[in-house]
Every structure is written in C-alpha cells, then in structure tokens.
Ligand binder design. Structure first.
Ligand SMILES: *Cc1c(COP(=O)(O)O)cnc(C)c1O
Length: 390
C-alpha cells in the first residue's frame, strides 16, 4: 500500500501472469506459448512495415486497423465493420467488460427504468480464465460464477438465466474442455431476447480438433454465427495458435453495434492500441492459414500422445481441446508436483484460486496446467513424470 494510491488502486487485486524467467533456461510450459515460430511471411511483413531503416516507425499506425480487419473479414466471411482489432485479446476483453456489462450502481438498481432485469450481475464459470474477475472488479461489474460440473465441464444451463452478460472461454481455461457449439448458441439465443451480450473467448479454438472421438471433425468456433446473433461477440488472439504472444494482437468479431461499442471505449482510452508492426504481422498471419494448419496439427498430435502417456502412468489429464493439459499427479499435491517439475527445469502453471471462492479453488489445487511444447519438450516432461511416480 502506498499513500499515493487512490481508493480504486488500493482495492485492486491484479492478475498475476505466468513467470517469464530471464536467467535460468527452463523448458517453458507455463504460459501456453506456441513452441513453433510464426510464419516466415509474418516476419517479412513486420520488416516491411518498419521500412528500410525503420523510417516508417516515425508515423502513427492506422487507428482504424484496416489491413488487419480486412484480412480477418475476408478469412471469416464477415464485413470489416464487424471486426475489432486490439492489443492482445486481454485488452479487447477489458474493453468488452467496460462496454457491455453494467456497473454496480446501475446493475443493482433499475436499468433504463425497466425493473425486469432482476439480476444484472455478469456470469462466468467459477473455474475459468482468472482475468475475468480482475476486469469485473476494475470496472465495478458485479458477477456470479455458476459452478463447473463434477467432471469439470461447463453446465450451460447455469448460464440460461437473466443476467447482465456472459463471458466464458471455449475451450475453457485452465481445464481445456470444450462446450458443444449448440450449447454456446443456446446461451446466445437466450440472452438475445434480454439484450445481454454473450462473449465467447476463443483463445484456444484452433486446437479444438481431437485426434480421435466422435466430434473430432466438428468445428467449435461460433464466428460463423455472428450474423444470427447480434449479441454474440467472439474474441480471438494471435498469442497461441499464431505463435505471436510477443507481438500483442487480437481481434473480436460481432455485430456492427458491438464493434462500435468497443470502439467507443478504445477511443476514450488510447486511439492507437495496435502498433504498426503488430498490424502488419497479425494480418500476414491471418493470410497464411496453411502454415498454421501444419503447426497446429503437430501440437494436437503431441497433446494426444502426451495425455495418453500420462494416463498410462496413473495421472489424470482432463480431455483437452486446447494447447495445454490440466494434469493431476496420482499422489503428490499440485504444489509438490509443480515444485518437483521446477527443480527438474520444467516450468508449468499451478493455480491456487477459483474466482475468489475457496471451494472452487480447492477443486483445482491438485492440478497443474502444462502447455504443449515440441515433442522433445514433452518427452523431457514425461521423463520427469515417470520418475516422480516411483
Ligand atoms: C491467453 C489467453 C488470452 C489472452 O491473450 P492475449 O491476446 O495474449 O492477451 C485470453 N483469454 C484466454 C482464455 C487466454 O488463455
């Protein structure tokens, strides 16, 4: 605490990102970064955007982010006006909370003179991306957290209730488990009639193919449904499947009125959140789908192989459709397993929280989240896991 902090700053409990060690070389499986480099077209585009001696960096970037929005619009067959570009999807999520979810005083009272919204709290799962409660508290948005089922899947019926808006990742984090598309669309339909926005955070959706299983070939993303649901906002990032966590770029797709709402928040905050290099690099990534299909396919194959090897050794691994596994050791606590891996030079993520509720925290405290690296990374991880069992 500092005497210079105002009451808002004192009351914040900021998100704690995964460690980015600067000295010792770890096998880094803790922040779901992609182990493969981005498409070579991305680096070429970034060099061109900077100009020969970087002279183009003198100029502000395009505040409308046209090149990136047009690339996204073309790839997903929507209008550029239905695309919003941001400085990572975290920024877009923060803007979306600010733009669409009611704040405490309004949410508790009577919105627009209509008493029908008897509960205007935003909803997200009790075990999910831990940035959501941070944004909610930053903007003063009241929230409630329907509980995951015993198998850690999201019970979509918990979200079919009047509220101030809904947000969840699909696949969910840190479980990696996916909600069927029909359930996502049922949530969007339910809230469309009640003018509440449904945000689907598709950070991991490109990894949603499974190597086996009945739903292997079914697409999970609901981007193709935004024209049927004007209250549906789909948020994507370049940090995971596009191997560009260091660039900071993301986008959202939704109705023009949702995109305009996001622009109103952005332009009340920072008119140029996406820099020149990120705009060019992200647009090139969107245009090189073929390259990323290949790296994504490799990661999915490595995930399936790693999960099978863990289960064989007596570990629990939730059925993941993301680029990570949520893993429980057969005997050690999550903290002990995390420490054993760290001492062996492997960094994973241990979460000791739910959305502030200690019962949800205790359900996941014996799991660690392991990002999928290269085959060699995962072999090193599995070798430590084999030792730890005996
Ligand atoms: C990684 C992640 C993001 C953040 O992505 P950035 O674009 O790097 O800000 C958003 N949502 C979830 C669920 C994530 O895991």
């Amino acid at each position: 605490m500092s005497r210079f902090w105002n009451s808002r700053t004192r009351e914040l409990s900021p998100y704690i990102p995964g460690e980015q060690p600067q000295n010792r070389a770890y096998i880094k499986l803790n922040t779901n970064e992609n182990p493969y480099p981005p498409s070579p077209r991305v680096t070429e585009a970034i060099a061109r955007a900077a100009g020969g001696c970087g002279e183009r960096l003198r100029l502000y970037p395009d505040p409308a982010c046209r090149e990136l929005r047009e690339a996204v619009a073309e790839r997903w067959d929507v209008k550029p006006e239905q695309v919003f570009a941001g400085n990572g999807s975290d920024e877009i999520l923060a803007f979306a909370f600010a733009a669409f979810f009611e704040t405490g005083s309004v949410a508790a009272g009577v919105a627009d003179g209509v008493a029908s919204r008897h509960n205007a709290a935003a909803l997200f799962p009790d075990i999910t991306y831990s940035f959501y409660p941070v944004y909610a508290r930053l903007w003063g948005v009241p929230y409630e957290c329907p509980r995951l089922q015993d198998d850690f899947s999201i019970d979509h019926t918990g979200f079919l209730t009047p509220c101030g808006g809904v947000v969840f990742p699909n696949p969910n984090a840190p479980t990696g488990m996916a909600m069927p598309r029909e359930h996502v669309l049922a949530i969007a339909r339910y809230h469309a009639e009640r003018n509440a926005v449904v945000i689907v955070d598709e950070a991991y959706v490109d990894f949603a193919c499974c190597a086996s299983g009945a739903d292997a070939a079914l697409p999970l993303s609901v981007i193709d449904s935004i024209n049927d649901h004007s209250n549906l906002l789909v948020v994507r990032t370049f940090s995971k499947s596009a191997s560009l966590a260091g660039l900071r770029a993301g986008f959202a797709v939704g109705s023009e009125e949702l995109v305009e709402g996001l622009c109103r928040i952005r332009d009340s905050f920072n008119s140029y959140p996406v820099d020149r290099l990120a705009l060019a690099g992200a647009a090139a990534a969107v245009r090189d789908g073929a390259y990323y299909e290949e790296t994504t396919r490799k990661i999915i194959a490595t995930r399936e192989r790693t999960a099978a090897a863990l289960v064989e050794k007596g570990y629990t691994a939730l059925p993941s459709r993301a680029n990570f596994l949520f893993v429980r050791h057969p005997a050690l606590t999550g903290a002990e397993f995390f420490t054993a891996l760290r001492e062996a030079g492997i960094l994973v993520r241990h979460f000791n929280m739910g959305s502030g509720d200690s019962r949800s925290a205790s359900r996941i405290k014996d799991f660690v989240r392991v990002s999928i690296g290269t085959d060699a990374d995962m072999d090193a991880f599995l070798a430590v896991c084999a030792q730890e069992v005996v």
